[in-house]
Design a protein around this ligand. Structure first.
Ligand code: HSE
Length: 346
């Protein structure tokens, strides 16, 4: 069945999603009866285009590679120049994919995009942490009122499944505590600093080049990104309603030097940026901070732009999942699985 899609934000993640649609076209159709029709794209830097008859996705990707622009993609019957909100209002689409840059302080412009899509009854898939960190309950209520589906698998651990795992495989369990490595950039940097003696600025520059870091990498290195994920897990999984400012602690890795890492290594230890949340006497206790772990600790072996999370459950004990925490195809896949699951549920 054909599903009309609009893409809001056409950076690394948006392009990763489109590449997967191209790469898996036959399989998506043959196995899941899913035929994507891309009817609009809006990007703050690259412009916008609305094409009711649908765009040729491989040609659009070639155009992006050659020109780095959206608005001048040659397509019959195209409307150009709409801002993202107007494009959402004008578009006749089943699904909006929202992958604009994350602003953890305001949640904008993504929150307004998501509300506008729900108002039209569109389903939404997003990897944007801002709206889920700050407005999760409100957005879920609006989606429900408008009978729209809402999925956000990629906001924590990118393409490594967390929310689907909890919703299906770990259902019925009480989750008591969640703890792990939640930021790919800092884990990548700490690994490079330890294994290759790479300087902090060089390791950060490489993480940016590889597309792991946030638009403003301060969010990664100062722990704000990991904290947003801890807040999301606290509210979505533990049923809390906390804000980032409610966290007990938020410390990043900017204070960790090559010398600290070397000394820790001599002691048989390794630094990791650890995020955790648990319920204590009915209250959520959330934090993010660098922790020196013994090399034998399971989290100490997690290297590169990889994340790992342990769920402490009442029925199944501790369940740990490890996998990619950032990256173009990895995060594009998170959108892919959300879109596919919505297609199956529609
Ligand atoms: N900047 C984030 C990270 C991207 O490095 O983990 C994925 O949320």
């Amino acid at each position: 069945m054909q599903r009309k899609i609009i893409l809001i934000g056409c950076g690394v993640v948006g392009q990763g999603f489109l590449e997967i649609l191209v790469k898996k076209k036959e399989l998506l159709d043959a196995k899941f009866g899913f035929e994507p029709l891309l009817v609009g794209v809006a990007d703050m830097r690259m412009g916008s285009i609305l094409v009711p008859e649908g765009m040729d996705i491989p040609k659009f990707l070639e155009h992006l590679k050659a020109h780095g622009t959206v608005h001048d993609f040659p397509a019959e019957g195209a409307t150009i120049g709409l801002n993202s909100l107007d494009l959402i209002k004008e578009a006749d689409a089943d699904i909006m994919v929202e992958v604009t840059f994350t602003d953890i302080k305001t949640g904008e412009p993504a929150t307004s995009h998501i509300k506008a899509a729900f108002e039209k009854g569109m389903c939404v898939a997003t990897t944007n942490k801002g709206p889920i960190t700050l407005h999760f309950k409100e957005l879920c209520q609006l989606a429900q009122r408008k009978n729209a589906l809402f999925r956000y698998e990629g906001v924590v651990m990118s393409g490594t499944p967390i929310f689907d795992l909890l919703e299906y495989c770990l259902a019925v369990n009480d989750i008591k505590e969640i703890k792990g490595i939640l930021n790919g950039t800092t884990n990548f940097m700490l690994t490079k600093m330890e294994e290759e003696n790479m300087s902090y600025p060089d390791a950060l520059a490489l993480a940016q080049k590889l597309g792991y870091a946030e638009a403003d990498p301060t969010a990664d290195v100062e722990g704000f990104d990991a904290l947003a994920k801890v807040v999301i897990l606290s509210n979505v999984v533990l049923g809390g309603s906390i804000k980032p400012s409610d966290a007990a602690e938020r410390v990043g890795i900017s204070g960790i030097t090559l010398e600290d890492i070397r000394k820790a290594k001599e002691e048989g230890m390794r630094y990791k940026l650890v995020g955790s949340t648990r319920i204590e006497h009915g209250k959520i206790i959330a934090s993010v901070k660098p922790v020196k772990l013994a090399l034998s600790h399971p989290l100490a072996g997690v290297s590169g732009a990889v994340n790992a999370l342990t769920f402490t459950t009442d029925l199944s004990g501790d369940i740990t999942i490890q996998g990619p925490g950032a990256g173009k195809l990895e995060t594009g896949f998170a959108i892919m699985i959300d879109v596919l699951n919505m297609h199956r549920e529609m």
